[in-house]
Design a protein around this ligand. Structure first.
Ligand code: NDP
Ligand code: 8X3
Length: 253
C-alpha cells in the first residue's frame, strides 16, 4: 500500500519539488497552498506521471478556521498521514528592525510559526492514533544564525527550531519522528516574495554564485523518509558550496 504525505506550500519551490520527489517514491499526496490553479496543474502532472492518488487542499495556513475546515474535509483514509512536511513559509521584507513593516512581520509570524502550529496540531492526533508518523519542518540557516535585516524572519525560523525540538520530546512516546531541514540559499520564488515582487532585487541574491535548488532539498527529504524505522534524522543543515554561513558567500565577478 502506498504511504501518504501531506506537503504544505506545494505550489512552488521546495514544496513542489518535494511533491515530485515523494510521488516518484510512490507516496500518495495531499498538497496544499493558496493558489488553486497551480495545485490543480501539479496534481494532474503527478497523476499523469505516477500511479498515485493526489488530493489538493486550498487554504491560507494563517487562517486557523480555514485550516481546520480543510483538514476536517479529509475522509478517514486520507487521515492516515505518514509524513507531514511543514514547508509553507516566507520572508517578507529585509529591513533594519526600526523600519520593518508590521504587515510583513505579521505575515511571517502568522505563516511560519502560527500556520505550522495550526496544521501540526490537527495532524498529530492522527499520527498518535496510529502510533507512527514523521514530521519534517523546513527551518533555515536563519534558524541558527541572525543576519543584518533578517531580524523577524530569523526569529520565526529560530521558533521553528524550538518547536521542532519541543515536538520531538513531546512525541517521543508516540513513536513519531520529528526532523528539520535547514537550508542556506535556495533559488525559488522566495526572494521574489521577500522583495515584494521586485525580480531584479531577487536576482541580485543569487548573482555570481550557484545557490541550492529546490530539488536539492527534496533529495534531502528523500534521505530522511527512507531511513529505517529506528533511525530519525534530527536536522540537516544544507548549504550551497559557495555559502559558508548566513553572511559569508563567495561570488565570482
Ligand atoms: P516559495 O516562495 O517558492 O514557496 C513558498 C510556498 O509557501 C508556496 O507554495 C506558497 O503557496 C506557500 N505559502 C506561503 N504563504 C502561505 C500561506 N499563507 N498559506 C498557505 N501556503 C503559503 O519559497 P521556498 O520554496 O523557498 O520556501 C519554502 C520554505 O523553505 C519556507 O518555509 C522558507 O522559509 C524555507 N526556506 C527557504 C530558503 C530559500 O532560500 N529559498 C532557505 C531556507 C528555508 P501559495 O503562495 O500558493 O499559498
Ligand atoms: C532563507 C535563507 O539566508 O535568506 O531561509 O535566511 S536566508
Amino acid at each position: 500500500m502506498n504511504k501518504l504525505a501531506l506537503i504544505t506550500g506545494a505550489t512552488s519551490g521546495i514544496g513542489k519539488a518535494t511533491a515530485l520527489k515523494l510521488a516518484s517514491l510512490n507516496y500518495n499526496l495531499i498538497i496544499t497552498g493558496r493558489r488553486k490553479d497551480r495545485l490543480e496543474e501539479l496534481s494532474q502532472n503527478l497523476k499523469n506521471q505516477h500511479n498515485i492518488e493526489v488530493k489538493t487542499l486550498v487554504f491560507d495556513i494563517r487562517n486557523n478556521s480555514e485550516t481546520d475546515k480543510a483538514i476536517d474535509s479529509l475522509s478517514d483514509e486520507w487521515k492516515n498521514i505518514d509524513v507531514l512536511v511543514n514547508n509553507a513559509g516566507l520572508a517578507a521584507g529585509a529591513d533594519p528592525i526600526q523600519e520593518g513593516l508590521w504587515s510583513d512581520w505579521e505575515q511571517m509570524i502568522d505563516t511560519n510559526i502560527k500556520g505550522l502550529l495550526y496544521i501540526s496540531k490537527l495532524i498529530i492526533p492522527f499520527m498518535i492514533e496510529r502510533h507512527k508518523g514523521h514530521i519534517i519542518n523546513i527551518s533555515s540557516i536563519a534558524g541558527k544564525e541572525v543576519y543584518a535585516n533578517g531580524n523577524v524572519y530569523c526569529a520565526t525560523k529560530h521558533a521553528v527550531e524550538a518547536i521542532t525540538k519541543g515536538m520531538r520530546i513531546d512525541l517521543l512516546k508516540h513513536n513519531i519522528k520529528v526532523s528539520s531541514v535547514s537550508p542556506g540559499m535556495v533559488e525559488t520564488e522566495f526572494s521574489i516574495v521577500r522583495y515584494h515582487g521586485d525580480k531584479s532585487k531577487a536576482d541580485e541574491v543569487y548573482k555570481g554564485l550557484t545557490p541550492l535548488f529546490a530539488e536539492d532539498i527534496a533529495d534531502t527529504i528523500e534521505f530522511m523518509v527512507t531511513r529505517p524505522p529506528h533511525v530519525n534524522i534530527n536536522d540537516i543543515l544544507i548549504m550551497p558550496t559557495a555559502q559558508a554561513s548566513a553572511v559569508y558567500n563567495h561570488r565570482e565577478e
